[in-house]
Design a protein around this ligand. Sequence first.
Ligand code: APR
Ligand code: PHB
Length: 399
Amino acid sequence: MARAIRTQVAIVGAGPAGLMLAYLLHRENIDSVVIENRSRDYVTHRVRAGVLEQGTVDLMAATGVGDRVKREGLIHHGIEIRFEGEGHRIALSDLTGGRAITIYGQQELVKDLIEARLETGRPLWFEVSEAHIEGIDAQAPLVRCVKDGERHEIHAEFIAGCDGFHGISRESLPAGLRRVYEREYPFGWVGILAEVAPSSDELIYAYHDRGFALHSLRTPELSRLYVQCDPHDTIDQWPDARIWDELHQRFAMPGGWVLREGPIVEKSITPMRSFVAEPMQHGRLFLAGDAAHIVPPTGAKGLNLAIADVRDLAASLVDRFRHGRSTALDGYSRRRLQHVWKVQHFSYWMTTMLHRFPEDRDGFQRQLQLGQLRYLVGSRAAQTSLAENYVGLIESGPA
Ligand code: APR
Ligand code: PHB
């Protein structure tokens, strides 16, 4: 016999999307149950994204979960684009009427949201297994799962699929309705966390004949660095010395520039893909975040897109529960996909401008990339376009 529990919204996945949705709904007195298949320790320690758009930080501050990000987040007003041995600053804030980005690890945001959730006393179940979604075409959908060896049935009015790219929600939409758009890139990133003060105050995106490199950071004592690699590489092909050597070469400037080295405390390979599943809703099921879309990380958009999804979804659900109106909820997928494709385009543009393509044998694409980069650093209009996308496009909500 399964134990039954009743709630308004069943949320599958306790990443940024699921946790933020639960938090926003709670603020409006809407009940939810959040289920997560990993442990609390796992989700708060996995190293992921680290750039928050202005809108993401504003939402956190406005809803009361922004104290720590305000205290500990590092505000950046510009980024550097480096190629042919020269650095060029894109003055994000000057170009966007004062908007900025904040450096704050995704796992820090996840920690804040877990604490906020636990304070509400509403359910957040870790280490559940066998999650399964049923009845999304009916009035009363449900999520089945196993927790502590016991079967549970979560009866809800709506289900939010916030379970990331490898989750089960997307496949719960009827196969005949689903459409997937996808591009895989012929490269990946080796990412490291190094215990050393960042070598620059701002992020550096470097285009180099040996491939792309990115200098980022987490704290004043912790650098985050990436190098373009072959997508089939395994991490044992990248001993620490090789990573540092590539980083030194790709960031080199004729006048000299010092990349500080420190002990590497985390290292992994990230594949690069663009992916969109549509629609993002069917019947009583709504997808948000990586469950519905993946962007290549060159624009730093994945996390922000997940938060933008649930901001819209929460507002639409509130309209439904409070006022009995379904108009906003009905338009969720349409509105979100319009925004998602703009962000897909920006991420694709950054990615294809900054990486070396292995198939570019005659160098045609390299010349195009250099043409694009020179145009970018010489044109205020082009820089404004990059800047407004990078700090986050202002989108219209459900109302
Ligand atoms: N049942 C329960 N939970 C699941 C299941 C399942 N079957 N499958 C996956 N999950 C959990 C994952 O363990 C993960 O904690 O769902 C969560 C999804 O979280 P994320 O992958 O972080 O996705 P999302 O919340 O959409 O946030 C997107 O994550 O990948 C990064 O760069 C991306 O920053 C972006 C962010
Ligand atoms: C990061 O700090 O992890 C980071 C920064 C910028 C990106 C991607 C990742 O574009």
